[in-house]
Design a protein around this ligand. Structure first.
Ligand code: CS2
Length: 478
């Protein structure tokens, strides 16, 4: 609020050991909080230079505050505010790409972590490979000294580290993607190989790319969050983040140049993250997307409102018990049924106002690992996951761009224009479903060609069109 003084740094800033790409709300609610706690408990020079690859928003919020901001835990007994000091500066890549390259090339930096969202990897979601025809990749291969994309920055900085002998580095992907470490490694190596095969060999040898599973529900910060914090704390902090209390970070223990003592603050280090990652992507993110598309179409604004409708909560429980868990291997230390019950409790929490519209974003990048892998596994085992087919149909209705009252939907997706054009050009449920299944960046050809699957999605699409999402979910009988 304008009448309150701005939050400012009081304690000295830590020395930098990490560069982080993607300084949004999730990173501030998660990586930076864990790192702040680990430094407070066990020391270490792990201050963070945060880099925005696009907008100046994070810099404009954090710079006047010396990089500090408030992490607001939305606990059942009220909000708990904590000022986080781990971030020391924010760079805006388009303003000064060289500053980003030299920040990563600094020998003091030993980890580059990433929360750049699914589309930041510039890969094809269906194959996991770098898209050499991606406009930013085309640009960066032509101008490797002034890149735009995350793979472009990483390769430029790694080339410099190789030439200067700056020492090994760990690249830590923290996005909700399957085998995110291998994916990050793959796009970096694909990019490097296109520029300089020797550099690709050096990266393959020297740089580690551990996989991670990350989990903390963090809705976009609202003006209301900022105003309520100002009332409680007596300062203005537009950079604050509000998030749930729950958090879980599972990391493959493969750091070539050290790491903060994250294990001392609850991070699980394991030999393989895969089982944790599949559990989280399919159980949490899968039902999140299910509730996002069906809930949005049904007129619900948040996840919590959506699951307060008993039909949607029952649908979600059906998805877990009958369709998702049979495809998920139990990670060590987890109880899958209890995990899903906890998820429902997390979704229900009315203090977390996570908008269905926010989660519905970038569906073309999210569907494969959240929904389609589960469907493909079930089909391979001879089953038919009717509930997940309804979710695919809901996504198809959503990207058609018109809601159930006839109002336009603000669809945010890198493929939005093409998806809408394909949907507009088709007539009727079957043709629309066929037109959208033809997007082979999203749907693997075997799944798209699977006739019973197509029929199930077409039938669900027709029901959504005729009865709407609420009635369809209410009447849902597998
Ligand atoms: C959500 C995730 O926006 C989305 O797509 O499903 O951001 C989700 O809240 C996090 O993965 C929870 O850890």
């Amino acid at each position: 609020m304008p009448d309150k003084p701005r939050l400012s740094r009081t304690a000295p800033a830590p020395k930098v050991g990490i560069v982080h790409l993607g300084p949004g709300a999730f990173f501030r609610a998660f990586n930076a909080v864990y790192t702040d706690e680990a430094m407070a408990l066990s020391g270490g020079d792990w201050g963070i230079t945060a880099v925005s690859l696009r907008s100046a928003t994070a810099r404009d919020q954090l710079e006047p505050q010396g990089g500090t901001y408030t992490s607001v835990t939305l606990a059942p007994d009220g909000e708990r505010d904590k000022v986080i000091g781990a971030i020391t500066q924010v760079l805006v890549a388009p303003d000064d790409p060289e500053a980003v390259i030299s920040a990563i090339a600094d020998p003091a930096v030993r980890i580059v972590s990433l929360t750049i969202t699914e589309k930041g990897y510039c890969h094809s979601p269906a194959t996991g490979r770098l898209r050499l025809d991606h406009p930013d990749v085309v640009h960066d291969l032509a101008h490797p000294e002034a890149p735009r994309s995350a793979p472009g920055f990483l390769v430029a900085a790694l080339a410099r580290r190789r030439d200067s002998g700056a020492g090994p580095l760990t690249v830590l992907s923290c996005d909700n993607l399957p085998s995110n470490g291998a994916l990050a490694r793959g796009v970096v190596l694909d990019f490097a190989r296109a520029l300089d095969p020797d550099l690709a060999d050096w990266i393959a040898e020297e740089i580690s790319f551990p996989a991670t599973m990350v989990d903390r529900i963090t809705p976009a910060t609202t003006a209301d969050d900022v105003a309520r914090l100002a009332d409680r704390a007596g300062y203005d902090d537009p950079g604050c983040v509000a998030h749930e209390q729950f958090r879980q970070w599972v990391i493959e223990d493969n750091f070539v140049a050290g790491r903060p003592a994250w294990d001392s603050v609850g991070v699980q280090f394991v030999a393989s993250v895969e089982a944790h990652e599949t559990m989280k992507l399919r159980c949490l993110n899968g039902t999140h997307s299910a509730l996002a598309y069906l809930g949005y179409l049904g007129g619900y604004e948040t996840i919590s409102e959506t699951v307060s409708d008993p039909a949607f909560a029952a649908f979600c429980e059906h998805l877990w018990a009958q369709e998702i868990l049979p495809t998920v291997e139990r990670p060590e230390g987890e109880d899958l049924k209890a995990y899903c019950q906890t998820l429902l409790a997390r979704y229900r929490d009315p203090s977390i106002r996570h908008r269905t519209w926010q989660i519905a974003m970038d569906g073309s990048q999210k569907l494969p690992q959240r929904i389609l892998g589960t469907i493909a596994d079930t089909r391979a085992a001879g089953g038919m996951p009717e509930g997940l087919c309804l979710v695919v149909a809901a996504w198809m209705r959503y990207v058609g761009g018109v809601d159930e009252t006839g109002a336009p939907i603000d669809v945010r997706d890198p493929l939005a224009a093409r998806l809408k054009a394909a949907s507009d050009a088709a007539d009727g449920a079957e043709a629309t479903v066929a037109a959208l299944l033809a997007f082979d960046e999203i749907f693997a050809p075997e799944l798209a060609a699977d006739a019973p699957f197509r029929d199930a999605v077409s039938a669900a699409f027709a029901r959504l069109e005729k009865d709407g999402a609420r009635a369809t979910v209410t009447a849902f009988k597998p």
